[in-house]
Design a binder for this molecule. Sequence first.
Ligand code: MLC
Ligand code: AMP
Length: 441
Amino acid sequence: MSRDQLAERADAIARRIVGSGPLAVDATSTLATVVAVVAGMAAGVAVVPVPPDSGPIERGHILRDSGAVAVLGEANWPEVKLPHIDLDAVDVTALDAGHLLEPPDSSTALIMYTSGTTGAPKGVVLSRKAIAAGIDGLADAWEWTCDDVLAHGLPLFHVHGLVLGVLGALRVGCRLVHTGRPTPAAYAAARGSLYFGVPTVWSRVCAEPNAARELAHARLLVSGSAPLPVPVFESLRSLTGHAPIERYGMTETLITLSTRARGERRAGWVGTPIDGVTTRLVDDAGFEVPHDGETIGELRVAGSTLFDGYLNHPDATADSFDDGWFGTGDAAVIDPDGFHRIVGRQSIDIIKSGGFKVGAGEVESALLTHPAVHEVAVVGLTDDDLGQRIVAFVVGDTVESSVLVAHVAGELSAHKRPREIRFVAELPRNSMGKLQKSLLR
Ligand code: MLC
Ligand code: AMP
């Protein structure tokens, strides 16, 4: 689809939805999703991307909590009673040619759902100006221009695939090749100059050296959303001739740290703040720790790329900030040159599997609704392919593991299913009766 065709279709839809409340989009990896999201942005209407594989419980929560008033485009959600807005029902040639007014910078562009340590996922409210600042900072860091061809196959319901991977290409004005799925063969065939992937994607690319070698012609290979293992960094460098760019971010903050197109790329390190962002590293009492490359603190960030808050959760929003600094919950070190390294999550209850963030509590709640499950503890165990894999320790009646995995799939997104169920006689607890998850790890 050309830029003009996209603009024309999005503009026609935008005229019909202008002034609407939030609109949900079944965020499949299709052009229809791109058209719907761009139409929402052109109209100044908040778009709520819904994971296509979310089960009815997760989907119901997202639709209710976001206050979505309709579904923009097709969605096969039998239980959902919201009206649908057909993307094709407009005769674009019949519309008057006047321009829509540019929505205010502060208006909400996207509401994206992200898991926390407890409870159901929260809606992260992202403004147009945060998205613009985030993309401009990355364009500067990566010398990303309209001459690039961006290639990736990441899902369009998270920041990585949608904000960087679609809106980034549109704002910079470069061509985008979405490969459907992020497989090594598809990446090899895409002939991009700039590639995005999560570490699992890069590790799978390295496992297919012939596909990896096809990426030698690219300008930059970029990794993010989870820690890139040092051996994968080294293997990418030897197979493609490119040391990957590593960048770090969160749904709430967009991308805040990155190495540079022209600058050092150090395995295991995510570089320095992008333009418009500042960082601090603090101890448990909130005091700054030295930037000596060794002392670990919690990473806090501030700047123009931050979200506006968690929808309907003013308390959680307030708790996540300290004096204007957003607490990432990630433990990090900073070296004397300002290079950052992420050393881990502070909470054992946040799992990153294949680059997807999963709250242990959400999976535990889903499992506890099965009658055979009496007690459960979910943890992320180290996994060569996925970074972490979801494992559930269950106390309960005898039942096939596959039954419990399918039960979770019936409620939540597919990637939230445990990869493994381990039946145990009891869960480890301390003398106060508190669960000791670290012993399970
Ligand atoms: C998975 N499968 C299971 C299962 N889990 N089957 C049974 N039981 C389970 N528990 C199935 C899958 O459905 C799939 O089936 C097959 O097993 C392989 O699954 P997989 O190993 O997960 O591979 P794949 O589906 O290829 O997914 C890997 C991946 C994916 C890397 C492509 O994890 C992915 O797209 N990750 C990107 C996440 C992302 O974009 N995060 C950004 C967050 S934003 P089948 O039949 O389908 O083959 C953010 C901010 C920032 O973090 O900094 O960017
Ligand atoms: P999400 O909420 O899905 O946006 O996930 C954000 C989390 O992903 C961060 O808090 C980090 O824990 C992790 N993350 C993202 N990028 C990186 C990276 N380059 N290295 C290590 N962890 C990362």
